[in-house]
Write a protein that binds this ligand. Structure first.
Ligand code: PEP
Length: 253
């Protein structure tokens, strides 16, 4: 049985004072929501603050990135063991913004996922196609190609311990969402591919990400293979993030 999971990706947003109110409101609301794993992924510099603010709340902490190397001369990077110091339970790897702006490929993303798992941190691995690829009807081959690249790099054991987030790039931050049917079709394909490659497909949480809002979350989460969401913009406001978490809680599996 897969528990619904909703993770907020704050991206490069936040400020000490503002975080205090936002996290207090989320923690208070989350206490009333049963049966959903909720996580917040702030920028690195706020991990310490959120670690303190979230203590005992049941809301988990995650990071937005982590280095594939354990330590050393890698200026500007943050190592996975450092994330352990702040009790990060999750780390996002391979977000499309990292792939696009920092040229991260599946081989590197797979190595990051493996490093996370070796530190006891669950990687939330992002995959998804561009608009041009969708229009060329290449979505399935792009997504399964990404999965194959990740498997080649990270191996079965690591992929089996990950969360996969399907995020069509054309839906991220654009206000344009995949329809529930479009998203479900890709999620079902991902689950099928995982099963065919001897990865515990039924147990693995598959999240949808891309302009999830309170008014479309319920329909998306009602799909058989969508186990929750990776939420960008709507996670920056407690009311909308909590509404999305409540939508996940209402799903009858
Ligand atoms: C994301 O950052 O992963 C994301 C899905 O963003 P948004 O919800 O704003 O589209």
């Amino acid at each position: 049985m897969r528990q619904p999971f909703v993770a907020g990706n704050w991206k490069m947003h936040g400020a000490l004072e503002r975080n205090r109110g936002l996290v207090a409101d989320i923690a208070e609301g989350a206490a009333e929501i049963d049966g959903v794993q909720i996580a917040i992924c702030p920028p690195f510099v706020y991990l310490d603050q959120l670690h303190a603010l979230l203590g005992g709340s049941g809301v988990a902490l995650g990071a937005q990135n982590g280095c594939a190397e354990p330590e050393g001369a890698f200026t500007g990077e943050v190592a996975m063991p450092m994330l352990q110091d702040f009790a990060c339970r999750y780390v996002i790897v391979g977000h499309s913004e990292r792939r696009q702006y920092y040229h991260e490929d599946d081989a590197l993303v797979g190595r990051k996922a493996a490093r996370a798992v070796s530190c006891g941190i669950t990687p939330i691995i992002c995959i998804g196609e561009t608009l041009a690829q969708r229009e060329a009807e290449a979505t399935e081959s792009v997504v399964t190609g990404q999965l194959q690249g990740l498997l080649d790099s990270a191996g079965h054991e690591v992929l089996g311990k990950a969360v996969i987030a399907y995020e069509p790039i054309w839906a991220i931050g654009t206000g344009r969402t995949a329809t529930p049917e479009q998203a479900q079709a890709v999620h079902a394909g991902i689950r099928r591919w995982l099963g065919e490659h001897d990865i515990a497909a039924d147990a693995l949480p598959l999240l949808y990400g891309g302009s999830v809002k309170p008014d479309n979350a319920a329909e998306l989460f009602a799909q058989a293979d969508i186990d929750g969401g990776l939420i960008g913009g709507a996670s920056l406001e407690a009311a909308s993030f909590l509404d999305i978490c409540r939508a996940a809680a209402r799903v009858d599996r």
